[in-house]
Design a binder for this molecule. Sequence first.
Ligand code: MOS
Length: 764
Amino acid sequence: DAAQSVMRTAIAYVPDRWVGTAGGDPLRTKHGLLGAPVSRLDGPDKVRGAARFAAEVTLPGMVYAALHYSRIARGRIASIDTAAAEAAPGVTLVMTHLNAPRMNKPPIMMTAPKAAAPSDLPVMQDAEIHWNGQPVALVLADTQEQADHAAALIEVTYEGAPAVTSFEVAKAHAHHPPTILGEPPELKIGDAEAALKGAAVSVDHVYRTPRHNHNAIELHACTVAWDGDALTVHDASQLVNATAWTLAQIFGVDEKQVRVTSPYVGGGFGGKCLWWHQILAAAASRLAGRPVRIVLSREGVFRMIGGRTVTEQRVALGAKADGTLAALIHTGVVAMTTHNNCPEQFTFPARHLYAADAIHLEQEVADMDMLANTFMRAPGEAVGTFALESALDELAEAMQLDPIELRRRIEPAKDPTSGHDFSSRHLLDAYAKGAEKFGWDKRAAQPGARREGEWLIGMGVATATYPYMRFPGCAARIRLGADGQAVVSIATHEMGMGTATVQTQHAAARLGLPLDRVRFDYGDTTLPEGTLAGGSNQTASNAGAIIAAHEALVTELLKLAGNDSPLAGLKVDEVEGFDGGLASIADPTRHESYASILARAQRDEVVVEAEGAMPLEGQKYSMHSTGAQFAEVRVNAVTGEVRVSRFLGSFDCGRILNAKTATSQFRGGIIMGLGLALTEETLFDERSGRIMNPSLAEYHVPVHMDVPEIDVIWTDAPDPHSPLGARGIGEIGITGVAAAVANAIYNATGKRIRDLPITLDKLM
Ligand code: MOS
């Protein structure tokens, strides 16, 4: 039976089956599935309205939650009057720090493998206020409207305490964080300041980027229910396993008693992790003995879900007469709270992009009393490339050198700080292909040289970069039925980016089955454990797990095939999935169908489970996706209005596994980058610590009017050291965009804006 045939193989050391092979993997591509522009398999359900999101799960007896948020940045609740709310129609429960169940502190991200909380602040456990917008009361009612109404009736008085809500004040006490994603906050090679002073040409400027909030279309939401000590959370999540583990710690139950599902997510860019709403919903559900649905309002997302934090960055570049770099300095400070550990790692791009004789990279953090920030699409790289790539443009200008030519002269042979070989790097090829397709030769070297009526026209370019990541602990199960159908499952996340579609393509190609014979299950902690959807790691992590599970499957099938099979005597690495069965790689006429193997062995199915090999490739090689972003802008000389008229992204991200979903990922990242460049800014009142624009009416994400046709191309050079030859593509799209746009604006107008977003007032 199924249970007996489950074989769990944890491969503790890299078998490196894919390493060094031409395609990055021994998998043959004859099925034509890898790279094919397959439409998203989850698309039809979404279009039909059949996809059930976290806030659409309805449970018997369910009540609706609403929150009341603090109006001061720091201090204590002096009194809280909930009488009117409790008496309001439909209200089941009002929960505050006075009656909330006791909970353990949320384990903060990166302090344990499955810690999922961006902040370790306990919530509703005492009267303390830590930020302006902290939830101080939760109402449960029969309808959402009744809950919202009652929450508005709560009266809170506060005893305020002095709060640091000014970045300028906080900066005076800036300090090194212990580490930044496990890396030291400072890195020095040679004496960069001395090299800068002695350089033939130099630039030295400060660049600023603002706070940003997560604004996925789907609001943060979950529907939760307890059954004794067992908790089920239907969540909108990019880390189901970590959420289950972390909730188990908070509520003091076993991890296995917490089930988290997240089959559909309406956008997740680092923000769909474990915040206080899931914790509070679970606490209130326990207290009320009823299932609870919580959906944050858009304002609630701004108050309680952290985003990208503010940065101030210095980039100083010193060049020698031949255009190579004598000095590369990238330093600066970000705002953070003392309750989280997510400094925007804006100096990371400079660690591996360019050759320089002397390098100084250093980051500090400035503690503020505000909502904890968190990861937001290419945290660090998105804003770090704005400063670095703007500065390179300024240096090219000062040297009267084409900006692409400058990058040719500083292309490193090896990783400039680790000294490792690059696993695969074709950045200059991406630049060359992009320049040709975009028509870079039509760029006027002199700023302000192209004008059509009121419109000044310019072009800019910048490097995109994001590290390759593959995480350990990702397992996959394959169930192969005698009917020739396969089900592959991983507790991974499909947030609209194509994860499920791509791995269905992969599994079908590997098994030698048509696409419609393979189903991919995901988004549920009852499935084999996956990794979080973050760091653009999922494609490589899932691929590694499926490769391992497939190896276990083939091992099992060869055993079952026995001596009467045409496959008799063949070893695991001598066969491959082909034409609905296994075939000898050397001699494809030695073939037996899965149906035949299983029938002879009198089996209905084979089920195997295995964990991907340890991701040691990232320790041996410098592995990064890179790219070149090209922007053309039109700037109105009268109003300062900026219109991005053309955009092209040229990427080097290893093998592209699905041309259609990859194009959408790149485009989505670029569109978010246009927001970073021109429109997005969380307005933070430095007197009160209050976010002043908590709505899409006042926080401006790019709309169709702001987005031109975006052309996307890629090198498609498989990385010989990653599973399937693929590196991540989810985050790189946003990187480099703000600099490409700012550089194009400079080329159009002669005005250099070093402060995002580039709104029209800055160009007047
Ligand atoms: Mo991403 S910021 O790792 O979801």
